[in-house]
Design a protein around this ligand. Structure first.
Ligand code: A3P
Length: 304
């Protein structure tokens, strides 16, 4: 099973950018090909909670909110390990570094909270069979693609992003890791009609965090006093999470994430896209959203 998935430099201390491969019609990291069978056959449990997002939609933010809710706002408990260790990322498969999200999850006692970026059609079927709860966070396409571009620059195992113009073209064509943003947000939106899925929006979380935290608590059947909800709100504010080594990804080895290129906790805003998009690019993406989300009832705010 020890397949060299990512090309490494001679000293094995640094990694080269990955390439994309097609897995059932979705572009995914080449490394995942060898790990795909265990991912697809993953055994979900009825009391699992899955946090699912398109990459850069606010995954880490909702993860910390969920962990805080699950631990009654206990800061020490939530500082027990970096966020990527607290909640296994089931899509992760990187044999050279012995990383397997499935193996991490299998070794974890219930109840587990797991993370995935898989589009709905690639979700391991056991999640549907076990009726495990799922929280999905969606973010408007413009801020999402800007964040994804900067993440590609600093996440050294991701495919090379090229220029902003090139990356945006690939994003609009669905030729980026984890596939089409349009299919992703729409597929999960439709899935919530037949599965226990709480579908949240990054923009709502920015606009009214207290209300969205309360929604999550209700979905998890947890009742918390106002004081604890306030504490969760404060602890999960952008500046707080940016300064917290357990949430800002600085504990991940720098061969994977180079924060000197672009920090993981970058801006944390709605509307940063305006500093990247030309008017023509913005109009094209608006048109695509109108076309590809038509009839779904799904709408996004690109400013607050
Ligand atoms: P930006 O690059 O726009 O700043 P993910 O966790 O899915 O990888 O998403 C990362 C994005 O969410 C980054 O967006 C990051 O700054 C933002 N983010 C993380 N924590 C946040 C918080 N507490 N509040 C607002 N945005 C947050």
């Amino acid at each position: 099973m020890q397949v060299m998935d990512f090309e490494t430099d001679e000293d094995s201390k640094s990694i080269k950018h990955s390439t994309l491969v097609d897995i059932n019609g979705v572009p995914l990291l080449s490394a995942m090909i060898n790990g795909w069978d265990p991912i697809w056959n993953f055994k979900a449990r009825p009391d699992d909670l899955l946090i699912c997002t398109y990459p850069k939609a606010g995954t880490t933010w909702i993860q910390e909110i969920v962990d805080m809710i699950q631990h009654g706002g206990d800061l020490q408990k939530c500082a027990r390990a970096p966020i990527h260790e607290r909640m296994p990322f089931i899509d992760l498969y990187y044999s050279k570094f012995n990383l397997s999200g499935v193996e991490e999850a299998n070794a974890m006692a219930s109840p587990r909270t797991l993370k995935s970026h898989l589009p709905v059609q690639l979700l391991p079927p056991s999640f549907w069979e076990q009726k495990s709860k799922i929280i999905y966070v969606a973010r408007n396409a413009k801020d999402n693609v800007v964040s994804y571009f900067h993440f590609h620059r600093m996440a050294l195992a991701m495919p090379e992003p090229g220029t902003w113009e090139e990356f945006l073209e690939n994003f609009m064509a669905g030729k980026v890791t984890w596939g089409s943003w349009f299919d992703h947000v729409r597929g999960w939106w439709e899935a919530k009609d037949h599965h226990p899925i709480l579908y949240l929006f990054y923009e709502d979380m920015k606009k009214n965090p207290g209300q969205e935290i309360q929604k999550v608590a209700e979905f998890l059947d947890v009742q918390l006093p106002e004081s604890v909800l306030n504490q969760i709100f404060q602890h999960t504010e952008f500046e707080c999470m940016k300064a917290n080594p357990m949430t800002n990804y600085t504990m991940m080895p720098s061969i994977f994430l180079d924060h000197t290129i672009s920090p993981f906790m970058r801006k944390g805003t709605v509307g940063n896209w305006k500093e990247h998009f030309t008017v023509a690019q913005s109009e094209r993406l608006d048109d695509l959203c109108a076309q590809l989300l038509k009839g779904s009832g799904l709408t996004f705010r690109t400013e607050l």
